[in-house]
Write a protein that binds this ligand. Structure first.
Ligand code: AMP
Length: 132
């Protein structure tokens, strides 16, 4: 069965899209731990990030870099952090978590309740800064 991320990639489920090219997509995590928490996803459905072929893994990191710099420009965090977990959705992905203060946790357990219209505004702001 297709992963939830593949369904989003196919347009079968909605998302707050931030960036997309032929091989990758980025959209906001629906359970954000910070404003602008974004997922970076290779379209090819492979469960474990470190099972990606080298070239695809490198491209995934480079795609993440472009989106992270867009988050930095759009939202002005101190920096954007990276979290790798992957136990919930079996489709490789990287979490980009903007860090707004030195005391902020990037733990995936801490979820914010951000209304849908604000999520869309955040996605639009980041998308406007993405240079693929
Ligand atoms: P993990 O597999 O542990 O790295 O976590 C998967 C992440 O995907 C979680 O942070 C979820 O909130 C997120 N997630 C699950 N379904 C969706 C969805 N439909 N749209 C956006 N994010 C999602």
């Amino acid at each position: 069965m297709a992963s939830i991320f593949t369904k989003i990639i196919r347009g079968e489920l909605p998302c707050y899209k931030v960036a997309e090219n032929e091989t990758h997509i980025a959209f906001l995590d629906i359970n954000p731990v910070a404003e602008g928490h974004t997922l970076i996803i290779p379209k090819e459905e492979i469960d474990y990030l470190f099972d990606l072929p080298d070239t695809l893994l490198a491209d995934t990191i480079l795609f993440a870099k472009k989106v992270a710099l867009a988050i930095d420009n759009a939202l002005g965090p101190v920096r954007t952090g990276v979290v790798l977990d992957g136990r919930e959705v079996p489709h490789a992905h990287i979490h980009l978590v903007p860090i707004y203060s030195d005391t902020q946790s990037v733990s995936l357990g801490r979820k914010l309740d951000i209304p849908g219209e604000i999520m869309q505004e955040i996605a639009n702001k980041i998308a406007a800064e993405v240079n693929l």
